[in-house]
Design a protein around this ligand. Structure first.
Ligand code: MG
Length: 388
């Protein structure tokens, strides 16, 4: 068996730690060549001791200093900052990059890895949202694969395995609906941060948990699906499924619908890509008990109460720099909500204004995307300031 050699961007986050737990379970199948963590230097030091990568990146110089002190016997390279991320993404000997940073920060190192001929397993959906066309062209040019780690896209990827892609009629993304699925619009005005952070089924980082509650996460996933599966917008549907057991579905031209089901545990989609095209035996996980799960519900998403989903479809319809603008502005407003600066419903209000103001550029190159991202953040910050 040939060992797969991994690089991990975001090793201390939710996807990164789940990936490393799988590596630990299958040490004979995987090597860890390079890892990048953020601010949790204690955990990063633990990972260095356990997996002995050749290159490790901390978020900044202070973090790198602290890491050096924590692992004095480490013989590899300790780097930091955005250059550090590029070093980790392109490390010699690695063949698969786990791209699991949060937000647009992951774009540059992910493109570097593709250009360096690495396959990419993408959890960082903002990379495709901001620069889907560029990522697709770069991957084609380099002859590498970009695999989906996001549970919905991973489910679709599984449901398309061995099928003829030209026979796909539509894809159906499922959404948990988040903690406010049944909350009336008037009450959404006053929901608190603690309420928004209580995701009913999945354990994730703060940013994506807020995005799940506004349905922006699903909106970004619609854009992600557009690029992953080359599917026109009107053939990507969203259905709310609070139990998070059906992870997504593909309908074929004969009316057959193939779904992927499972317990909500990110180990499953991650292991599918790590082992691909083989499946890894995850015998430590419980079987899906459909009888215990009881009724599986499906509802149409309510875009009046959750306008972020509509905004994402609109941005995708306009395309060009619009999805990058939506994403950049969303990162700013979600951070402001997490800091307690704005109310919950200010999130879609500010985003709506930013999108309406945005001077669109068609078929943007990387420099234009970076400029659109910068513009959107600045514009969103003034939207926040106007409400503080
Ligand atoms: Mg998802």
């Amino acid at each position: 068996m040939v060992k797969r050699a991994l690089s991990i961007l975001g090793s201390t986050g939710s996807i990164g730690t789940t990936t490393l737990a799988l590596v630990d379970r299958f040490r004979d199948r995987f090597d860890v060549v390079s890892i990048a963590g953020g601010r949790n230097i204690d955990l990063l030091a633990e990972q260095v001791r356990s997996f002995e990568p050749a290159v490790v990146a901390a978020g900044d110089e202070a973090g790198a200093e602290k890491l050096r002190a924590l692992v004095p016997d480490f013989g590899g390279e300790i780097v930091c900052g955005v250059e550090g991320l590029d070093r980790v993404a392109t490390a010699d000997g690695a063949d698969l990059l786990i791209s699991a940073l949060v937000g647009a920060l992951g774009l540059r190192p992910t493109l570097c890895a593709i250009d360096a001929g690495k396959d990419v397993a993408l959890a960082n959906k903002e990379v495709l949202v901001v620069a889907g066309e560029l990522v697709r062209k770069s991957a084609q040019k380099a002859g590498v694969n970009v695999f989906p780690l996001d549970s919905e896209h991973n489910a679709i990827f599984q449901a398309m395995h061995g099928q003829n892609r030209s026979e796909v009629k539509r894809i159906i993304l499922t959404a948990s609906g988040g903690p406010f699925l049944h909350t009336p619009r008037a009450e959404l005005e006053t929901v608190t941060l603690a309420q928004a952070l209580k995701h009913p089924t999945w354990k994730m980082g703060d940013k994506i948990t807020i995005d799940s509650s506004t349905l922006m996460n699903k909106g970004l996933e619609v854009i992600e699906a557009f690029w992953f599966f080359d599917m026109p917008t009107d053939r990507i549907d969203v259905v709310v499924h609070p139990q998070s057991i059906v992870h997504s579905m593909v309908e074929y031209i004969d009316g057959s619908v193939i779904a992927q089901l499972g317990i909500p545990d990110m180990s499953v989609p991650i292991s599918y890509i790590l082992g691909y095209p083989e499946r890894l035996p995850l015998s430590h996980l419980p079987s899906l008990d459909l009888v215990a799960a009881g009724t599986l519900e499906f509802h149409a998403p309510d875009t009046d109460r959750f306008p972020c989903l509509r905004l994402a479809y609109e941005a995708l319809g306009v395309c060009g720099t619009a999805p990058a603008v939506l994403n950049g502005a969303n990162e700013v407003v979600v951070a402001s909500f997490l800091d307690g600066e704005i109310a919950y419903l200010d999130i879609p209000r500010i985003l709506e204004d930013v999108l309406a103001d945005h001077p669109r550029v068609d078929a943007p190159d990387l420099a234009q995307l970076i400029e659109a991202d910068r513009w959107s953040r600045e514009r969103a910050r003034s939207g926040v300031a106007a409400r503080v």
